[in-house]
Design a protein around this ligand. Structure first.
Ligand SMILES: *[C@@H]1O[C@H](CO)[C@@H](O)[C@H](O)[C@H]1NC(C)=O
Ligand SMILES: *[C@@H]1O[C@H](CO)[C@@H](O)[C@H](O)[C@H]1NC(C)=O
Length: 255
C-alpha cells in the first residue's frame, strides 16, 4: 500500500511537472505586414548585418532602435574589432524594397559578455551589444524607437510578452527572412533551466515558445517597452532591466 501511494504521488508530481514545462503558447506566429508594422509601432525592429572585410554577409540578426542613433542587439551579432563590418537595415518591415542600409560608427559589446558551456547547451552571459550609427535616423515613416525598461523593472512570470524578428529559426542565419511576431509567456527561470539543462542567470529570462521565435537579438517587448533581446537556445532572452546592462547603456551610450 505504501509503495502504491508513493507511486501515486510520483505520478501526480509528474503531471505537475509536465504542465509546468509546457506553458501556454499565447499566440501563433504571424507575418508582420507593412500595415501592421506601422499601426503597431513596430518600425523599431531592424536587421543587423555582420560582414567580413570583403563585405560579404556572415551573420544576420535582429535589433531594436532605442534612439535615432542607437541599436541594441545580441553580443555575438557584431564585429567589435571593426565597426565597418556592421550595418543596420531599417525599413525591412515595409518590404524588401524599402530597406535602407545605415553604417555603424562604433560597436560595443557588454564587457562581461562570456560564452558558457552548460550541461547540454552553450549559453551566453551578458549577451548584449550596442551599435551607434554614423548618422542619426529620421524617425517617422521608415523607423521608430522603443523605450527601454527602467532599471529593476522586470516583467512578471506569466506575463504575456511579444517577440518579433527576422529569420525565423533558432540561430537565424536566414537573412532576408520574413519579419514575424508572436506572443509567449515569461517562464519561471528554474523551470526553464531544468528544461534547458542550464543555469538561467538573473540577467536572463525565458519565454515559452516553439523554436521559430526569430534570431539572435530579437526584441521581447510589452507595448512599447523593451524587456529583453533573444540570446541563446530558442527561448532565453537577455533581460535589459538587469542593472549591469542598464549601467552599461547609460555610462557608455548616453542615450
Ligand atoms: C574593416 O572592414 C573594412 C570593410 O568591411 C575593411 O576594408 C578594413 O580593411 C577592415 N579593417 C581592419 C583593420 O580589419
Ligand atoms: C495572455 O494572453 C492570453 C490570450 O490572449 C489571455 O487569455 C491571458 O489572460 C493573458 N494573460 C495575462 C497574464 O495577461
Amino acid at each position: 500500500m505504501g509503495s502504491a501511494s508513493a507511486l501515486g504521488a510520483h505520478i501526480i508530481l509528474g503531471f505537475g511537472l509536465l504542465e509546468a514545462l509546457s506553458p501556454a503558447i499565447v499566440s501563433a506566429t504571424t507575418d508582420i505586414d507593412p500595415q501592421t508594422a506601422v499601426k503597431s509601432n513596430l518600425l523599431f525592429l531592424v536587421e543587423i548585418q555582420k560582414t567580413d572585410n570583403s563585405g560579404a554577409e556572415i551573420r544576420s540578426c535582429t535589433g531594436a532602435l532605442i534612439s535615432p542613433l542607437d541599436v541594441i542587439t545580441a553580443g555575438d551579432c557584431v564585429d567589435v574589432a571593426n565597426a565597418s563590418n556592421v550595418n543596420v537595415l531599417t525599413g525591412a518591415l515595409l518590404g524588401q524594397g524599402s530597406r535602407v542600409v545605415h553604417a555603424a560608427q562604433t560597436v560595443m559589446r557588454h564587457p562581461k559578455y562570456v560564452i558558457v558551456n552548460g550541461a547540454a547547451n552553450v549559453n551566453f552571459n551578458f549577451d548584449v551589444s550596442l551599435v551607434r550609427l554614423k548618422e542619426a535616423l529620421v524617425l517617422g515613416t521608415q523607423a521608430s524607437t522603443i523605450a527601454l525598461t527602467s532599471p529593476g523593472a522586470r516583467a512578471a512570470v506569466g506575463a504575456n510578452i511579444t517577440v518579433a524578428g527576422f529569420g525565423i529559426y533558432d540561430w537565424g542565419e536566414d537573412d532576408n527572412g520574413k519579419p514575424r511576431l508572436k506572443q509567449g509567456q515569461i517562464m519561471n527561470s528554474v523551470v526553464c533551466g531544468n528544461q534547458m539543462l542550464a543555469n538561467i542567470t538573473p540577467e536572463e529570462f525565458c519565454v515559452s515558445n516553439p523554436p521559430d521565435n526569430g534570431n539572435s537579438g530579437c526584441p521581447a517587448f510589452i507595448g512599447n517597452v523593451l524587456y529583453g533581446i533573444m540570446s541563446w537556445g530558442s527561448t532565453v532572452f537577455v533581460d535589459v532591466a538587469e542593472p549591469e546592462i542598464n549601467t552599461f547603456i547609460s555610462m557608455n551610450i548616453k542615450v
